[in-house]
Structure formats: structure tokens, C-alpha cells
Ligand binder design. Sequence first.
Ligand code: ZN
Length: 499
Amino acid sequence: MGDTGDIFSACWVIVDTFDSRKDCAIYVRDGRVRGIAPLQDLTSRFPEARVHVGENVAILPGFVNAHHHCFGVNLVNQGISDDLLEPWILATAGAAAISSKTSTEYAALRLLKNGVTAVVDACTPGATAALAEVKIREKIDVYNRLGMSCAIAPGERWQNRLVHPAGQDTDFLASLPQDLREKLEHQHLSRVRMDPATYLGLVVRLAEENATTENADVWFGPVAPHWTGHELLRDIGFAVQHKGLRMQTHAAESLLQHLSAGRPEFQSPVAELAQAGLLNKKLSLAHMVWADDNDLQQVAEMGAHIVCNPSSNLRLRSGIARAPQMMRLGINLALGMDGTSLAGDEDMFAEMRLARNLYWSADPAERDLCAQDVFDMATMGGARQMGMDHNIGSLTEGKRADFMIVSLENLQGPWLSDRADPIELLVSSAKSSDILSVYTSGSLAVYHGKICNRDEQSVFRDIADNMQHAADQRLRAEDYAIVRSALLRWYDDWLTEHA
Ligand SMILES: [Zn+2]
């Protein structure tokens, strides 16, 4: 991009959810949006600029995927089927352990091709501070080189690695045959994890180092309160309050998590976070499917954010979040794909469509989420949660020129009414295959489905090579069936006993 800048015109410029401009254009220079006006106005104001006339297209701000995991090759492709969250987690430990850099690159390319220009990457840090530091730096580098903004949220399951209530892992293991006991022990219990004190120091240091970076951040990402423990949560709370850092955690995701809550050793995740001083504007909670009225009220009062992950919640049998109620309470909502989009294709249009159709309430006091609501979740909601809303999430003048050009050809069909609302049309009907190009910071990043500044084929080769040489740690189908039924039986017994 030279000094003279570029003008892009379109049938619609979607500046943000509430500002769609017909027959309009944007002027982009030095990576930022510098003007929004009809094409003729911009060409007369900036006669030197290169002009890209968009025939039958819309220009949209880049999407923010507010909660993601880089699983590498889709788990279904690795022989790990969708299931109830708890047994599924036990199965995912058998996924191929490939290089974090390769799986991040692969995830980043796929997201970018789907118009996602900012992401919150929830990851495990690795066994030592040195390894974690390399991993986090590599991730930031991968996203930033593609022009994407990112927040990296490393975290572990420090306790309850097999079953939710604290201190019950051994009890559950005892219910398994010897060979499976050893396998699960090896995969889940004996894996070396970074100790909490080292983790705290590392996240604080890397977060402070990135504090002045415009499009990269490092957050705390303890996997969930019940996997973290009171003491470490309290220490994180202390660091968050004194250093002004951000945190993302899974919370109230599954029914079994919910049923194991409300006990002295494990109260509701929201209560647990509040007690640790973590329930505040810097916190984002992923899922919250089983959050009750009291939880949501507290989240609203303290200004914490919620990321809804509709695809993941369906695929892992978690349920449907009460998003209409969250919205009525004024909670900032974002949208995440959790590395588990419905078709495993990271199509953010499909995710918005799903959110829009799932999130309605039979209670007339709560209005359904409309197309505008879910579009806002996928753009500004995520940007607000990342603390980057001054810079990304919309095409307001002065912000980063992260945008996509979407063809209206297929959406229009043989006839389209003048009354049709462009956001409604995009949320209802668009697919990522309608994306013609994606720009990050004003530079062409994706053109007709191909990444422009990275050799995609070499990433695919790396993935295939990594997969070929990764040790096969998966449970055999018959072993998984045994573990699964033992797990469900164990929960059933435990819950009956503690009813
Ligand atoms: Zn997740």
C-alpha cells in the first residue's frame, strides 16, 4: 500500500451493525480507514488514490472469533467423534500432539479465509516456562504476520483432570480395568504441567511486554475455575487487579459441571471468580450455558463479558446458552467458534446464523436475538471483550482497515427487494464461499479463497508430515466405550450419593 491510498466501492458498506451505507466507498491509507463516502466524493477528495470498483459486493468489517482452540486437524478427521463434553475431553487427550506453531498457522489460515481478522486463542502453555514462552511468542508472530489481531490466553487443568469434584480422580480411576487405568493416568495425570507460580510470573511478564502492542495481547486463561482451584484463582485475581490484565476462562459449560457445583469444595464458577476478585470488566467467560439468574445478574453488575459458542455447545451436548436473557441484562456478548464449528469449517456466517436461530426465548419479556445482535457479537462484541474496540470491530474512520469484500451474487438471486436489510441478508444467507477477498490493515490477505502472503501448501505439507509422525495415542473404540460408560456411571453414583 503506497502513500496515495486505495478507494474501495460497494453496493453496501457495513461500517458497523447500526450503520450500513448504500452505494458507498471507503478510503484506506497507511493501513487505516481514512474516509467513508460515496465513490465520487472520495475520488474527488483523493484523486491520486487507486480505485477498486466493487460490482455487486458488500464491504464488511473483519470478524472477531472471541474464543478459539487450535486443534490442528479436525478431531473428527482424527477419529475422535463428537460426544458429551466430559467423555470427549478424555478422548481429546489422544489427539495427535503436533507442533503448536504448525497447528496455529493452519488455524490462522483457515480463520482468515473465513473473514476472521482477530482471535482469542485459548491454549495450554506447555511443561516449562521456556517452552511456554516460545509457544506464545510463535502464536503472536503467526497471527501478526498475517495481519490478524490476537489475544493468547494460556492455561491448564491443574486439578480434577478426570472428573469434576476435587480430589476424586483416583476414585474414578479405580473403577477402570488396569490397562485403561494406566493409559488415562499417563495421558491426564502424569503429564508435566507448568507449576502455578511459574505460570503467574510468565503471563504477567508477557502481558506487560505486549501492553503497548496495538494488536497482540497475552491474557490469563485458566481452563475453568473448577480446574484451577481457590488458591491459584486468588493469585491470578491479585495479578489481574494490580496489573490490569485480562482473563478468559470456560465457565458453566456442561450439565455435569453444573450438577457438581454448589458444594463447599466447588461453588458456582461465577461465585468462585467473584471470591477471587476476578469478576470484572477484564474477564470474559466462555459458554455460560448453565449460568443461573443470580450468576448472570452478577456478571452484568460487574461488567464481565460472555462469549457464546453455539456450534460447540451443540456438538458437545452442552446445551443452549440463555443469550436473550444475557442481552436483556446488558452483558456484552461475543461470538466464538471454539475450534468446533458445526461443519468444522470455521464459517463465521454459519455461526452467526446458528446463534440467531438458537437464541430465542419463550419468555415474552426477552426478545430474540436478531441479525443485528449476532452481527454485533461477531464484530464489536468481540472487539470490546478484547479491549481493542477503539481499533478493530468496525470500519469507523481511524480504525484498522480489517475488512472483507463479499459477493452479493448468490444472495441476491433473481430478485432482491430494496427493503431487504443488508445485515439481515448476510446473516440469513451468506456463506464464507461468498467472500471474495479479505484485507488486514489495508493489505490484501486473501484473494478468491487463497492466502496471499503465506505459502498455504507448505503449511498443509507441514500438517500432513506432523500427523504422519505423531504418536497414535487415541483410545480404541472399544476402550473408549468402556471409559465412557465408567465415567457416566461414576457421575451418576457420585451425584446420587451427594444429592
Ligand atoms: Zn473452549
